[in-house]
Design a protein around this ligand. Sequence first.
Ligand code: FE
Ligand code: FE
Ligand code: ZN
Length: 168
Amino acid sequence: MGFFSRDIGSMDDLFVHTLRDIYYAEKQIADALPDMIAKATNPELKQALDHHLGETRNHIERVETVFEMHGVKAKQVDCPAIDGILKESREIAGEVDDKQVMDAALIAAAQAVEHYETTRYGSLIAWAKQLGRNDCASVLAQTLAEEKAADETLTRLAESKINLQATS
Ligand code: FE
Ligand code: FE
Ligand code: ZN
């Protein structure tokens, strides 16, 4: 999908393109999480990120299921947004020099990822419904619920202890 080709001519094309975007994003996230888990110190944060790594592997499979249900090839398209979010997270982590502050930075980075995913799945679900694919929408909704839960867990960890530890 380049700047000089216009191959999105319908809402169905846009749905498939965005599915390919989130497919790429989920795979990049699965590749990035082990490094974030290794950098985390707080055991609950490590556990939460590790739990979400397992979920992320399921998200990849669910996207593959939706490609199959929709009768299109499982293919990735570059997502410059997730590349940027993950690049920024690696850059910040490379600059932080305190374990507790690192945990706070990792949470903020992970939440940026969850918010990106949440917005993409939200659109995909709305479009699937509009296209008469409630079956695809309900598979995608399972993932959206897990992204939101992951985000809430991170907020709870940050606000209940990690930000406090990082400040003291
Ligand atoms: Fe995900
Ligand atoms: Fe994208
Ligand atoms: Zn996620």
